[in-house]
Design a protein around this ligand. Structure first.
Ligand SMILES: NC(=O)c1ccc[n+]([C@@H]2O[C@H](COP(=O)([O-])OP(=O)(O)OC[C@H]3O[C@@H](n4cnc5c(N)ncnc54)[C@H](OP(=O)(O)O)[C@@H]3O)[C@@H](O)[C@H]2O)c1
Length: 324
């Protein structure tokens, strides 16, 4: 396994050079991978696996537009597309990619088909980490593994089609067969990961909840709203407030950060912008630091007074959320 230096810490990383696709295909040659759920991660992972030469079937409830989407993507009813229970019966690897709420609801249907030697695969540590509350307690004789792509299933697919890989984390919760490692890494490569970073189910869920409630979605939405509202209250037009809050960040500055890092983005801004940002960033860090502490603690079952809410229903269908 390769070691990469991240900020002075040596981390275990699996790369496509040391674990090539051909090796992954060899490991999985006798497996049927049942991708259960065709929302956001489901299509990205299932299509990438199929295009990478793995034996894949999809499980999806039938009376749903999502079933039609799977058909449109080339999954054939009765051959590679089945109702959920039938797909779980047929699969030797069950990629449990229903919404987290549906994973809880469908667990009693899934569990009886998790026979000895199968693998149960997640892309989020949620169901297992909070198993006392979700009720998702796998049988002892199946592997329980995780590959969590660090991004939307839509990005996973787009990057695959562009010949690139999205970084993922991977974890093993239970190694019943002695094959959990080769299975999880093979699947990680197969779904289109770039680098695969080692983690645990708990660390994945705590960091993921922090990220999505923090800088990736919740915090950024909060900062957008605060700045936009301020500019509007102080007499700026909606377009000016929008451009200065959202447009410039998403269209100009974040692409520069993605390309070459924060210093590169700074280097491409005016000296006035650099000076102002250097004067202000620590004030923002210090203002939000206590909120981040509260946020992280809220994910820890032991410390939490308000443990993360278990989702109960999807607010929208997956199809309506994916831009075409
Ligand atoms: N979204 C991402 O890109 C992303 C990124 C990393 C990890 N993950 C993880 O990947 C997993 C899947 O997430 P996702 O965002 O892809 O899920 P999602 O889009 O919310 O999942 C929707 C899937 O669940 C099915 N479903 C919902 N309620 C159901 C019910 N009551 N009975 C049967 N099927 C039901 C949907 O079918 P219908 O369409 O018929 O409702 C659809 O197939 C989750 O563990 C998530 O945390 C997601």
């Amino acid at each position: 396994m390769a070691k990469l230096n991240f900020g002075g810490v040596q981390e275990n990383v699996v790369t496509r050079e040391e674990f090539p696709l051909e090796k992954a295909q060899q490991v999985m040659k006798n497996e049927t991978i049942a991708v259960i759920g065709y929302g956001v991660q489901g299509p990205g992972q299932a299509l990438n696996l199929r295009d990478n030469g793995f034996n894949v079937i999809v499980g999806q409830r039938q009376d749903s537009k999502t079933w039609d989407k799977a058909v449109d993507d080339g999954w054939v009813p009765g051959e590679t597309l089945f109702p959920i229970e039938e797909a779980v019966k047929r699969g030797t690897v069950i990629q449990y990619l229903l919404s987290d709420a549906a994973q809880i609801a469908l667990w009693p249907t899934i569990k009886p088909h998790l026979t000895a030697g199968k693998a149960l695969y997640f892309s989020h540590g949620f169901g297992i980490t909070y198993k006392e509350r979700t009720g998702i307690v796998p049988p002892k004789d199946v592997d329980v593994i995780l590959v969590a792509p660090k991004g939307s299933g839509t990005s996973l697919r787009r990057m695959f089609l562009a010949g690139k890989g999205l970084n993922s984390s991977y974890a093993i919760f239970q190694d019943a067969t002695g094959r959990a490692y080769e299975r999880v890494v093979s699947l990680g490569i197969g779904v289109g990961s770039g680098y695969l970073f080692e983690t645990t189910f708990k660390q994945e869920v705590y960091s993921d909840l922090t990220g999505e409630r923090g800088t990736l979605m919740g915090a950024i939405q909060g900062i957008f709203a605060a700045q936009y509202d301020l500019l509007r209250r102080r007499g700026h037009s909606p377009s000016e407030a929008f451009n200065e809050t959202v447009e410039e960040l998403t269209q100009s500055l974040m692409p520069l950060v993605a390309e070459n890092g924060m210093d590169w983005m700074y280097a491409n801004c005016s000296t006035t912008a650099q000076r102002g940002a250097l004067d202000w960033w620590k004030k923002f860090r210090d203002a939000v630091a206590p909120v981040f502490e509260e946020l992280y603690d809220s994910a820890l079952p032991a410390k939490s007074t308000s443990a993360p809410s278990i989702p109960t229903a999807s607010p929208t269908t997956a199809k309506s959320r994916i831009p075409n």
